[in-house]
Design a protein around this ligand. Structure first.
Ligand SMILES: NC(=O)c1ccc[n+]([C@@H]2O[C@H](COP(=O)([O-])OP(=O)(O)OC[C@H]3O[C@@H](n4cnc5c(N)ncnc54)[C@H](O)[C@@H]3O)[C@@H](O)[C@H]2O)c1
Length: 253
């Protein structure tokens, strides 16, 4: 075991799958105690079974439910003995042109991808203040840096999350809390797969996504977890309010 997060107590949302799950596993390997929050109780059960012992606790909650979030964050803090770090990885995608996008779809994307992280940050804030030297990492998207077609709601939610993190970084600094944002490109997860499989020609859709990237490949979730680890660890101690593109080179040019 390496020890970049030895003794640190980290709450991770969306931790039952994809990027959040890879982050939970990496953080445990780095010596952290992890509270995994997700709406998917069955997947949380599988995660808990895979990680016996007391370094991992799991909490079922929907990040859009303010009361549920407050309860889960307090429960997580009690289980961990405090919270030194929050990672907001829970999120959902929507591929729809403006005419096909229902009002309810727009509201749901903003609720999960923007309001959810806000509720988590607000609920975790007193615990992060109490801990001192603490961190928040929000998982936004390269789609919040450079837009994609047929994804107006998703792009807007992710750009909003970037600015929320920057704004909070200013006031949180007084309490020793750093707030940073990771902007992944395409990552091999269930979220990406669902979008590809819904296309009329999934193989062509996958190729079109891959071709957007300078590195000409889709990322593994572990590559995003590595960036989240850096921004959560003291290795990034002079970094706050930043947007870190981990996007295979899609948005720098
Ligand atoms: N996969 C990609 O290509 C990609 C690219 C850029 C950004 N992202 C972002 O990364 C984050 C993680 O995505 P992923 O690809 O790992 O997705 P995923 O679908 O594999 O995992 C997301 C997890 O979040 C949970 N979740 C979703 N809505 C929730 C809610 N309302 N409350 C609590 N938990 C909820 C799901 O149950 C799931 O376990 C998302 O914010 C996503 O927008 C993903």
């Amino acid at each position: 075991m390496s020890a970049a997060l030895r003794g640190r107590r980290i709450l991770i949302t969306g931790a039952a799958a994809g990027i959040g799950l890879a982050t939970a596993h990496r953080f445990l390997t780095e010596g952290a105690a992890v509270a995994a929050l997700d709406r998917d109780a069955a997947a949380l059960g599988r995660l808990k079974a895979a990680v016996p012992g007391r370094t991992l606790t799991v909490f079922q909650a929907d990040v859009t439910d303010a009361d549920g979030v407050a309860q889960a964050v307090n429960d997580a803090s009690r289980a961990l003995g405090g919270i030194d770090g929050l990672v907001n990885a829970a999120g959902i995608d929507l591929v729809a042109d403006i005419e096909a996008m229902a009002f309810a779809d727009w509201n749901r994307i903003l609720a999960v991808n923007l309001t959810g992280p806000m509720l988590m940050m607000q609920a975790a804030y007193p615990h992060l203040k109490a801990a001192g030297g603490s961190t928040i990492v929000n998982v936004s998207s390269a789609a919040g840096l450079a837009p994609l077609g047929n994804r107006m709601a998703y792009c807007a939610s992710k750009a909003g999350l970037q600015m929320a993190g920057k704004a909070l970084a200013i006031e949180a600094a007084a309490f020793g809390i750093r707030v940073n944002t990771v902007c992944p490109g395409a990552v091999e997860t269930g979220l990406l797969r669902a979008g590809i499989d819904a296309a009329p020609d999934p193989a062509a859709a996958y190729e079109a996504v891959r071709a957007r990237y300078v590195l000409k490949r889709i990322a593994a979730p572990e590559e995003i977890a590595a960036a989240i680890l850096w921004l959560t660890s003291s290795e990034s101690s002079y970094v706050t309010g930043t947007l870190l593109a981990v996007d295979g080179g899609r948005t720098f040019h």
